[in-house]
Design a protein around this ligand. Structure first.
Ligand code: NBP
Length: 478
C-alpha cells in the first residue's frame, strides 16, 4: 500500500483533482467504473506525478495507506450511493470516504449518519472552480468530523487555490455543512450573474452602446470595488465576436438561461428556514422566466403595452457611475442575504459555521472570487455574530453611499420597461430591513380577523385577539 489518497470517478473533475494531488507530491490511487477513463488519464498525464491505477475496487482500496482516504468524484445522486456501497465492502472502520460531487446537503447528512454508524468517516465536500479550478487550485469546503479533517485537511489545503499564501480550504463543520456552504456559494453566484446581466442590459438599452463598448466599461469596473472573476469574464465575453456571423457573440446566444439546480436548492432551503434571500430567488426565477418560451411568445403575441417614457440620459458618464454603484449595492445585499442563510442553517443544524472563514476561502479558486470578500471576512472578524452584513460599519457606508444611484437606476428602469428584478428586489430588501415600521402590522390584523391568529401589541406584553365578528372587544390570550 503506497498511495496517500485514492480518487474514484475520473471524468473531468476527478481527473483534474487527481492530477492536482499528484503534482503536489501525493501518490494517487486511481479508479473509474470503466477502465477507458483511467487509461486515458494515464496516457495523457501519467507523467504529472505518482499514480497507482486499479481496475477493481478491491485492488484500488488495497493500494491505499491507512487510514485509507478515498475521494469520490462521480455524478451526484444514485451513482454516489452505489460507489459508497461498493467501497464499504473493502474499506475498514476508521477509513475516510470523501464525496467531492455536488451532493444535495440532506443526502450528505443521511450518508454521514449511516457511515459513521458503521465506523467510517464521511466527508461531504464542496469543490468550486470547475475543471480549471480542480486542476490548478479550487476553493474547497469540507464538512465532516474534525478527526477526518486532521488527516484529509492538509492534502486538500495544499491542492486548493491560495490567496496571499492562505489556502482556500478550511474545515466548515459537521456532516452536511460543507455541501450546504457550497450550495449557498452557487446561489450567490446566480445572484451575482443576474445583477451583472441587468447592469449590461441597462447600459445597452439606455445608452445604446455596443456589447464591445460595454465590455470596456466592465473591464474598467474590474479595477475597482467590483473587481472579481465574474466581472472579468463578462468583459471578455462582451468583447468576443462570433466568427460565423461577425456579430457580437452575446447576440447570437439564445436568451434562455439554464440551471443545474443548486440555485433552486438554495431557495428551497431558504424558504424552509424563513430567510429572505430575495436576490438569489429573483435570479433563479429570472432564469426560469427566460426559459418560459410559450409564456414569452404569448405575451409578445398579446402585444402587451409598454407605456414607457422614452429614455433620455442627459449625462452618459453619470449614468454609468449610477449603474456601477447600484450594482455594487445590490451585490452586497445579495451576499448579505446568503450569509444570513448560512447562519440560519448553521444554527438549525448545530454546525457552528464561521462565516468569515467562508468569505476567506471564496477569495480564490471559485466562481465568485472577488476583492470585496476580504471586506466580508474583516466584518465577521469585527463581530463573529454580526446579525446583518450590511449593518457592519464598512458595508453600511458602502451601501448608503450608493443608495441615491440605486434609486435612480431602479426607478428609471421601471419607467422605461427594462426588467431589473435583482436590482429592484435588493433595493426593496434594503428599504424593508431598515424601515422603522413595516405594514406587517396590517397583515397581523388581517390574520387575526379571518383566522383568529392573534397579534402582539406595541405598547404592552402578551398575545391578543379582537372579536371581529362580535363587538370587536379585545381579549388577552393565556
Ligand atoms: P460527471 O458528473 O459527468 O460524472 C461522470 C463520472 O461518474 C464518470 O466517472 C462515471 O463513470 C461515473 N459514474 C456514473 Br455517471 N455512474 C456511476 C455509477 N453508477 N457507478 C460508478 N461510477 C459512476 O463528472 P464530472 O463533471 O467530472 O463531475 C463529478 C462530480 O463533481 C459531480 O458530482 C459534479 O456535480 C461535481 N462537480 C462538477 C463541477 C464541474 O464544473 N463539472 C464542479 C464542481 C463539482 P464512467 O466513466 O464509467 O461512466
Amino acid at each position: 500500500a503506497v498511495a496517500d489518497i485514492g480518487v474514484t470517478g475520473l471524468a473531468v473533475m476527478g481527473s483534474n483533482l487527481a492530477r492536482n494531488l499528484a503534482r503536489n507530491g501525493y501518490t494517487v490511487a486511481l479508479h473509474n467504473r470503466s477502465w477507458s477513463k483511467t487509461a486515458a488519464l494515464l496516457e495523457a498525464h501519467g507523467s504529472d506525478g505518482e499514480f497507482v491505477a486499479s481496475e477493481s475496487v478491491a485492488d484500488f482500496v488495497a493500494s491505499l495507506k491507512r487510514p485509507r482516504t478515498v475521494l469520490i468524484m462521480v455524478k451526484a445522486g444514485a451513482a454516489t450511493d452505489a460507489v459508497i456501497e461498493e467501497l464499504t465492502q473493502h474499506l475498514e472502520p476508521g477509513d475516510i470516504i470523501v464525496d467531492g460531487g455536488n451532493a444535495h446537503f440532506p443526502d450528505t447528512i443521511r450518508r454521514e449518519k449511516d457511515l459513521s454508524a458503521r465506523g467510517f468517516h464521511f466527508v461531504g465536500t464542496g469543490v468550486s472552480g470547475g475543471e480549471e479550478g480542480a486542476l490548478n487550485g479550487p476553493a474547497i469546503m469540507p464538512g465532516g468530523t474534525r478527526e477526518a479533517y486532521d488527516t484529509l485537511g492538509p492534502m486538500l489545503e495544499k491542492i486548493s487555490a491560495h490567496v496571499d499564501g492562505v489556502p482556500c480550504c478550511t474545515y466548515i463543520g459537521p456532516d452536511g455543512a460543507g455541501h450546504y456552504v457550497k450550495m449557498v456559494h452557487n446561489g450567490i453566484e446566480y445572484a451575482d450573474m443576474q445583477l451583472i446581466a441587468e447592469a449590461y442590459d441597462l447600459l445597452r438599452t439606455a445608452l445604446g452602446l455596443s456589447a464591445a463598448e460595454i465590455g470596456e466599461i466592465f473591464a474598467d469596473w474590474n479595477t475597482g470595488d467590483l473587481e472579481s472573476y465574474l466581472i472579468e469574464i463578462t468583459a471578455t465575453v462582451l468583447a468576443h465576436t462570433d466568427a460565423e456571423t461577425g456579430k457580437a457573440f452575446v447576440d447570437v446566444v439564445a436568451d434562455q438561461a439554464e440551471q443545474k439546480g443548486t440555485g433552486r436548492w438554495t431557495v428551497q432551503s431558504a424558504l424552509d428556514l424563513g430567510v429572505p434571500i430575495t436576490g438569489i430567488a429573483e435570479a433563479t426565477f429570472a432564469r426560469a422566466l427566460s426559459g418560459s418560451v410559450p409564456q414569452r411568445e404569448a405575451a409578445r403575441a398579446a402585444d402587451l403595452a409598454a407605456a414607457t417614457a422614452g429614455w433620455d440620459v442627459p449625462d452618459r458618464d453619470a449614468f454609468i457611475e449610477d449603474v456601477r454603484r447600484a450594482l455594487y449595492a445590490s451585490k452586497v445585499v445579495a451576499y448579505s442575504q446568503g450569509f444570513d442563510q448560512i447562519a440560519a442553517a448553521s444554527a438549525e443544524h448545530g454546525w457552528d459555521v464561521d462565516r468569515g472563514a467562508c468569505a476567506r476561502i471564496w477569495r480564490g479558486g471559485c466562481i465568485i472570487r472577488a476583492r470585496f470578500l476580504n471586506r466580508i471576512t474583516e466584518a465577521y472578524e469585527r463581530d463573529a455574530n454580526l446579525p446583518l452584513l450590511i449593518a457592519d460599519e464598512y458595508f453600511a457606508s458602502a451601501v448608503s453611499n450608493g443608495v441615491e444611484s440605486w434609486r435612480r437606476v431602479v426607478s428609471q428602469a421601471a419607467l422605461n420597461g427594462v426588467p431589473v428584478p435583482a436590482f429592484a428586489s435588493s433595493l426593496a430588501y434594503y428599504d424593508g430591513v431598515r424601515a422603522e415600521h413595516l405594514p406587517a402590522a396590517l397583515i397581523q390584523a388581517q390574520r387575526d380577523f379571518f383566522g383568529a391568529h392573534t397579534y402582539h401589541r406595541v405598547d404592552k406584553d402578551g398575545v391578543f385577539h379582537t372579536e371581529w365578528s362580535a363587538d370587536r372587544s379585545e381579549t388577552q390570550q393565556s
